[in-house]
Design a protein around this ligand. Structure first.
Ligand code: ADP
Ligand code: MG
Length: 256
């Protein structure tokens, strides 16, 4: 079972307890939002899960085996993918070449643009571009894409690695509200088809409440709430953290 289990995870920077004794699970196929004000510890959590940061304490296990101590590449090989991490060479290649490169790398083949491996993966790359709505741009230089279209290609690249769990730290950063909604809707549709679990952060409460199966809330490194949209919306501690007491989420606009 491809379940992520975080137990008593802690990380401090100097005197700052960035993540403080946090425990939660991401179930197989679950679409889970991790929210909280700036500085709450969300990115620190992501960076420990993907192996970029070592926890001070606690355990992270995926599909029953610990990830703590593994290198980012080894974690990725176990099926924990992440968006949106574009290669430095992204702009210099066409859209489809970027997806082909990801497919080749996933198959552990050597990348040559005009080699047999690239040709072999062209069909699959086209299928992925079709699914993210970018097939018409397949042979365009990636550097010409709009920011929103880059996000779609990045999603195709992440899926090319065939993850079982996708980590998305602020996937919609820099997008307009409508584009945020569309990108998360697209991600959700594609991961449901594949049975991929997702852990994501998102600033727009509208998007979080519309799409997340479950929501967990961090504040100053502590997990303060864990539940479905209604539970989180009505939770007094969550309201306090976001607004001071009294207000509701209904009146909140998206904050970038
Ligand atoms: P979020 O992603 O929720 O905005 P972060 O995980 O980035 O929060 O940060 C949590 C806390 O840890 C903040 O107080 C931040 O300043 C601190 N922090 C994060 N990364 C570092 C670092 N590399 N060095 C020192 N302090 C850090
Ligand atoms: Mg962050």
């Amino acid at each position: 079972m491809s379940e992520l289990a975080i137990r008593n995870l802690s990380k401090s920077f100097g005197g700052v307890r960035a993540v403080d004794d946090v425990s939660f699970k991401v179930g197989q196929g679950e679409f889970l939002a991790l929210i909280g004000p700036n500085g709450a510890g969300k990115s620190t959590c992501f960076n420990m899960i993907n192996g970029q940061l070592a926890p001070d304490r606690g355990d992270i296990s995926f599909a029953g085996a610990t990830l703590v101590g593994l290198k980012p590449r080894e974690i990725w090989r176990r099926g924990v993918g992440r968006t949106f991490q574009v290669a430095a060479t992204f702009g210099s290649m066409s859209v489809i070449e970027n997806v082909q490169m990801a497919l080749i790398s996933h198959a552990r083949e050597t990348y040559k643009l005009f080699g047999p491996a690239a040709a072999r993966h062209r069909e699959r790359a086209l299928a992925l571009l079709e699914q993210v709505g970018m097939i018409a741009a397949a042979d365009r230089p990636s550097r010409e894409l709009s920011y929103g279209d880059v996000k779609r290609v990045e999603l195709a690249i992440a899926l090319a690695n065939d993850p079982r769990l996708l980590l998305m730290d602020e996937p919609t950063a820099g997008l307009a509200p409508r584009e945020r909604n569309d990108l998360i809707a697209l991600v959700k549709r594609l991961v449901i088809e594949r049975g991929i679990s997702v852990l994501f952060t998102e600033h727009s409460m509208d998007v979080v409440f519309a799409f997340a199966d479950r929501i967990i809330v961090l504040a100053r490194g502590k997990l303060i709430a864990d539940g479905d949209a209604r539970t989180i919306r009505d939770d007094p501690r969550v309201r306090e953290v976001y607004f001071g007491t009294g207000k509701t989420f209904a009146s909140q606009a998206a904050t970038p």
